[in-house]
Write a protein that binds this ligand. Structure first.
Ligand code: MLT
Length: 312
């Protein structure tokens, strides 16, 4: 009987507002991607999708909340690469990064930029490297907690240059950026969805972008390869999930609405302005996200274990 009830429910889904959980504070890059996608998906599904920011612990607080939510299609989850790094970083997760969720589809791969507060005393990466090495204890590095993309990029950066910096964790790089604009924190590696406007406005210094080739949205910004850190490439992939057990017809409807959103001219233009682009249509599907998440968990596990960073 319950199956039938669920079946009927799935039949005329959605009949009420949907919540999209973002596991970081409002105003950051993940929030920016979520709100663009939620707006368009809501139009397709003819129901409002409201974004709920559940920050903390590098995105794992939000993930745990969704893992425990009713699998009825009214709670969905937008997260990024952090979904694949958390299993190696957190030894006591209350959920399984794969089995506690139903994948809906991949969304976008966002480049990162190495930035500093506007009056940081280094005009290019060479000077940054020299200054950081000469002032190890003084330089502060902002991130959004263990497991955030800014943490991952920072870990790779500090490993690459052989310097451990003082980390200042925030509930998202939205708040971190506010502190950087106020000169309260020195450097950060953050996604172009959060840094493009500040860089173009001259409000922060930029040392490089973590892509193979320069971005059309910021052609004057060198790649980290050009700047002096060869092979420093990081792209922050984002995925959309529902709790495990969400009925397949509902997951399919959500994947369809996601694919429509990724073709929406407004979404595509905003993504382009912010240095990114939607994934190809065939990747905005459950099986593509499931495969990518599995391969990323396998890829990052050994790297993180070698870097010796984890939380008990
Ligand atoms: C991250 O560093 O993972 C994100 O920038 C966090 C956020 O979206 O605020």
């Amino acid at each position: 009987l319950v199956g039938a009830a669920f079946g009927a429910q799935a039949q005329n889904y959605p009949t009420k507002t949907i919540t999209m959980v973002v596991p970081f504070a409002a105003g950051g890059p993940t929030d920016t991607v979520a709100r663009l996608v939620a707006q368009s998906m809501g139009a397709t599904l003819k129901q409002q999708i409201i974004v709920e920011n559940v920050g903390g612990a590098g995105g794992t607080i939000g993930a745990a909340r969704v893992a425990k939510s009713a699998p009825d299609g009214y709670t969905i989850f937008l997260h990024h690469i952090g979904q694949s790094t958390a299993p190696a970083l957190y030894r006591k997760l209350s959920y399984n990064a794969i089995d506690s969720f139903e994948p809906i589809g991949l969304v976008t791969d966002v480049p990162m930029t190495l930035i500093a507060r506007a009056n940081f005393p280094a005009k290019d990466f060479k000077e940054l490297l020299a200054y950081v090495k000469a002032n190890k204890e003084k330089v502060t590095y902002a991130n959004a907690g263990l497991g955030s993309a800014s943490h991952l990029c920072g870990m790779l950066f500090q490993t690459a240059i052989g310097v451990d910096l003082t980390t200042v964790p925030y509930k998202g790089t939205g708040p971190a950026m506010n502190d950087m604009l106020g000169g309260q924190v020195d450097i950060m590696c953050d996604q172009t969805t959060n840094t493009t406007s500040q860089i173009k406005g001259g409000k922060v210094k930029v040392y490089g972008v973590t892509t193979k080739t320069r971005l059309a949205s910021m052609p004057n910004v060198p790649t980290m390869n050009e700047a002096g850190l060869p092979g420093f490439e990081v792209a922050v992939w984002h995925g959309l999930y529902a709790p495990k057990g969400t009925p397949k017809p509902v997951v399919d409807q959500l994947s369809n609405a996601l694919r429509v959103a990724l073709k929406d001219p407004t979404v595509k233009q905003r993504f382009a302005d912010l240095g990114t682009e939607p994934v190809a249509d065939n990747r905005a599907r459950p099986e593509a996200l499931r495969a990518h998440l599995k391969s990323e968990i396998d890829r990052w596990g050994p790297i993180i274990t070698k870097a010796g960073q984890y939380a008990d």
